[in-house]
Design a protein around this ligand. Structure first.
Ligand code: GRF
Length: 207
C-alpha cells in the first residue's frame, strides 16, 4: 500500500481518546511519517473530540440517529472521511461497525485496535470477557478491518498479564497502556513502510 509522506491518517473515536492522543503526540515528530488530518466520532461531547480540537485537528460527528438508516449513516461517514483523503483510517475506540460502503471505499487500509488477543473475546467487552473467563494473559490486537467483528488480518498484538486483584477497570487500563504503544509503533510502520496482506498475513514493506 503506497502512502504519501507524511501519510494522512483519519482517526475515528467514541470515547476518551487516549489512543488518539498517543497518535497525535507521535505525529508531532516529522520522522514519524504520518499525521492526523481529521478526527471523527459517532457521538458529540466526548473527550476524544476535545483532544483533537486542542491539537488543532478538524473534527466531525456523524451520529447514527441523525440518519434514516444505518446505510445512510455509513454513506455519510464514508463521504466525510473521503473528503480528508486518508491513506490509513484508524478506528481507535470507535464503538460502531463500519458498513459496506465504508469498507468498499477504504477496505484494506482501515485498522482497528481491540483490547483482547484476537481471535479471543471479540466484541465490545473484551477486557470483561477475558476476566470472566479466567485467562492469565490478555492484551490488545491491531488488525485490518474486514466485514466481521474483530476478525480481520492481524497487524500486531501485545500481551499483558491478568493480576489476581484485577477488576475490569484495572485490567483495561493495563491493556490500554500497552495498546497505545503498540498502536503508535505499528501505525507508524504501516505509514512509513507500507504493507501487504497475503492469506491473512500482514507484512510490512512493499512487494
Ligand atoms: C481501547 O481499549 C480500545 O481498544 C477499545 O476502547 C478503548 C478506547 O480507549 N475499543 P481510548 O478512547 O483510546 O482511551
Amino acid at each position: 500500500m503506497p502512502t504519501r509522506d507524511p501519510a494522512r491518517l483519519v482517526v475515528l473515536v467514541s470515547g476518551s481518546g487516549t489512543n488518539l492522543q498517543a497518535l497525535l503526540d507521535a505525529s508531532a515528530d516529522p520522522s514519524y511519517g504520518a499525521r492526523v488530518v481529521a478526527v471523527g466520532a459517532d457521538r458529540d461531547g466526548i473527550e476524544g473530540l476535545t483532544r483533537a480540537d486542542r491539537a488543532g485537528v478538524p473534527t466531525f460527528v456523524r451520529e447514527v440517529a441523525q440518519f434514516s438508516s444505518r446505510e445512510h449513516w455509513d454513506r455519510a461517514l464514508t463521504d466525510t472521511v473521503a473528503a480528508f483523503e486518508p491513506d490509513v483510517v484508524v478506528l481507535a475506540g470507535f464503538m460502531k461497525l463500519v458498513g459496506e460502503e465504508f469498507l468498499g471505499r477504504f477496505g484494506g487500509r482501515v485498522v482497528n485496535t481491540h483490547p483482547a488477543l484476537c481471535p479471543s473475546f471479540p466484541g465490545t467487552n473484551g477486557p470483561a470477557d477475558a476476566l470472566a473467563y479466567g485467562v492469565k494473559v490478555t492484551g490488545a490486537t491491531l488488525f485490518v478491518v474486514d466485514d466481521g467483528i474483530d476478525t480481520g488480518p492481524i497487524v500486531a498484538q501485545v500481551v499483558v498479564p491478568v493480576e489476581e486483584a484485577d477488576d475490569v477497570e484495572t485490567l483495561h487500563e493495563r491493556i490500554k497502556s500497552a495498546e497505545r504503544a503498540m498502536l503508535v509503533e505499528n501505525v507508524g510502520r504501516l505509514a512509513r513502510e507500507g504493507f501487504t496482506i497475503t492469506d491473512r498475513k500482514v507484512r510490512f514493506g512493499s512487494d
